[in-house]
Design a protein around this ligand. Structure first.
Ligand code: SF4
Ligand code: SF4
Length: 379
């Protein structure tokens, strides 16, 4: 398993992480077995969103005695009341649910307290007023170590960046084409895919770049579009992607540290974890993206790495990603500069052979980007 630092936190999370949906309807023994399999595979990061408190109790029991082996992301504002789940911004309800969660999970803290499902600016203002002061207090008290926020709307997420350490965001190649909206259904609505779609939505691009520049780590939900992207007939993109292509796509966006997968069986979990050992050819999403009718990423670097190998040893995808992150700011953010300087080879080593240009399926002028990067970073 490979691990990534979650933004500016001190958490090293497994690239392949676990959501709760795979635990649905499982007995305690089955939950124990799934947690054992996670542990064996080196998956250390669990998102605890579930509408069923019995699942939390079962996971709490399964990790008891090995709590330190897991990084827990618990959802704040997700309240279980009168036998039903609901999203709440009522201070007292939210507080009660938070302390219930700690008890259910048999722990005295969560690594990440994730403010649940903020998809509009109006809702963010409400959260800021009713919930955030309390959440900050819990952070001071050590009940949570970092504040997170989950969202599907780039506009709402961007508005919250000043107050959070971690973002949970829905990322896949189809959602990335769609403008921000308060209506989550629009991400997958037929009419949203009727006209030709060109490149990533600017507000999403800005969100990922801002997160990278500010050291806000992203963990990804809905990398498979709720499973629809894995079937050509269900996907609005009309092309079947494999789970590894979806994971690879999400992991190659700026600031992303982990992808939440929802394994329903031990076999599925092992298959997801085996992403790490899979050959690059199985992770390469380029051909699938190119085959999508009415969708084009022409001229936009997708960080796919197809331009390799470079005779000067330059990782063109990494250099281009850092160039794009640096270019949106008046001065280069320190974190971006540090990452650039740490590369084994820099753009100044480019001999302008243009082999990368010829290999880029998205017709990016990669050699030109190397010139720009060398000038901008001075190396
Ligand atoms: S320059 Fe082209 S081939 Fe290279 S990483 Fe970007 S999109 Fe892929
Ligand atoms: S143009 Fe520069 S970056 Fe591209 S392959 Fe040649 S040396 Fe490498």
């Amino acid at each position: 398993m490979k691990y990534r630092k979650l933004g500016r936190t001190d958490l090293e999370v497994s690239e392949i992480a676990m959501g709760c949906e795979g635990f649905d309807g499982k007995s305690q023994t089955e939950v124990d077995e799934l947690i054992d399999a996670m542990h064996t595979a080196g998956m250390n990061f669990i998102d605890l969103y579930t509408p069923d408190p019995a699942i939390l109790k079962a996971i709490g029991s399964a990790i008891h005695g090995r709590r330190d082996a897991f990084i827990l992301q618990s959802h704040i504002c997700s309240v279980y009341k009168d036998g039903q789940y609901k999203r709440s911004r009522e201070t007292e309800e939210v507080k009660e649910a938070f302390f219930q969660r700690l008890e259910q999970m048999q722990t005295d803290h969560f690594e990440i307290g994730m403010i649940h499902y903020v998809d509009s600016l109006k809702d963010w203002q409400l959260v800021k007023q009713n919930v955030l002061p309390m959440v900050k207090e819990w952070k001071k008290q050590g009940l949570i170590r970092y504040i997170g926020l989950s969202s599907h709307n780039p506009e709402a997420a961007l508005a919250a960046l000043d107050e959070i350490d971690v973002l949970m965001f829905s990322i896949n190649p189809c959602y990335d084409l769609q403008p921000g909206s308060e209506d989550i259904e629009k991400l997958w609505a037929d009419e949203s895919y009727e006209k030709p779609l060109l490149n990533m939505d600017p507000s999403r691009k800005k969100l990922y770049e801002e997160c990278a520049a500010r050291g806000i780590g992203i963990d990804v939900m809905k990398a498979f579009g709720g499973g629809d992207l894995l079937h050509a007939d269900l996907s609005e993109a009309k092309v079947q992607l494999t789970p590894y292509e979806c994971i690879s796509y999400a992991l190659s966006r700026p600031a992303v540290a982990a992808v939440m997968t929802g394994s329903r069986s031990i076999d599925e979990l092992r298959q997801n974890a085996a992403y790490e050992e899979a050959p690059q050819s199985q992770k390469d999403y380029t051909a699938s993206l190119m085959a999508m009718p009415k969708i084009s990423w022409r001229g936009h670097c997708m960080y796919c790495g197809h331009c390799a190998p470079c005779p000067a040893g330059i990782n063109v995808a990494d250099v281009t990603k850092l160039l794009n992150l640096a270019q949106v700011h008046a001065s280069i953010p320190e974190t971006v500069n540090e990452h650039y300087m740490a590369l084994d080879h820099h753009a100044s080593e480019c001999i302008q052979c243009r082999a990368c240009d010829g290999r880029c399926p998205f017709h990016v002028e990669a050699s030109m980007n190397m010139k720009k990067a060398a000038a901008l970073f001075g190396k």
